[in-house]
Design a protein around this ligand. Structure first.
Ligand SMILES: [Zn+2]
Length: 202
């Protein structure tokens, strides 16, 4: 099953203080079977992200929100073999040098034919972009979208970040540093929903 919505609260050292929503489905989709909710609290968010560059970009996004106290948003994909799924990640400052990360499902469509199933393997030959799911085969330079990949999705992949996602991630960080207005995915109703869920879980 794919998640619809996931919340996490991290501190300035990226420690997970609280997770909510469909965290477990989220963890499983991100090839982190050891990262189920019960086991992750007070561990580092970064320890659960595959791929060095992905970790660096996420750290830079969260760090920028903490530093500027301004929100940041970025779209990404987290597909299953059957379904393409587009998510919006919102990172929002909270008091006491904490940040709230919210992953919202925005859109989904079927792959036809379905993709081959894949597993994470740091030694794999083929690479998958952590943000958009595009595939780079072997040592080629080209990235192929899963929307166009048909039955050619590799069974084993390692994770990196493709050029256009690197540019997009760098740009959202720069926009926040510059103070450009970011409209919030979270309205007040949603925030109070999050707080209630958190209070309930404590
Ligand atoms: Zn990408």
């Amino acid at each position: 099953m794919k998640f619809q919505q996931v919340y996490a609260v991290v501190d300035s050292e990226f420690r997970l203080l609280w997770v909510g929503g469909e965290w477990d489905e989220f963890a499983l989709q991100n090839a982190a079977q050891h990262a189920l909710a019960n086991h992750v609290l007070s561990t580092s968010l970064l320890a659960h992200i595959a791929g060095e560059e992905t970790r660096e970009l996420i750290a830079s996004m969260v760090g920028t929100v903490l530093k500027t106290k301004r929100p940041l948003r970025m779209e990404y994909r987290c597909d299953s073999p059957n379904m393409a799924r587009a998510y919006l990640l919102t990172i929002q400052p909270m008091k006491d040098d904490r940040a709230l990360m919210v992953h919202d499902l925005k859109d989904a469509w079927h792959f036809s034919p379905p993709l081959n199933r894949w597993n994470y393997d740091p030694q794999a030959r083929d690479c998958k972009c952590s943000f958009c799911g595009d595939i780079r085969f072997g040592v080629t330079q080209e990235w192929t979208s899963c929307d166009d990949i048909g039955d050619r999705h590799p069974a084993l992949v390692y994770y990196e970040v493709c050029n256009s996602c690197r540019e997009a991630a760098t740009k959202v960080v720069e926009d926040v540093l510059r103070g450009d207005e970011v409209s919030l995915a979270l309205d007040d109703d949603r925030l109070s929903e999050v707080r209630q869920a958190r209070d309930h879980s404590e």
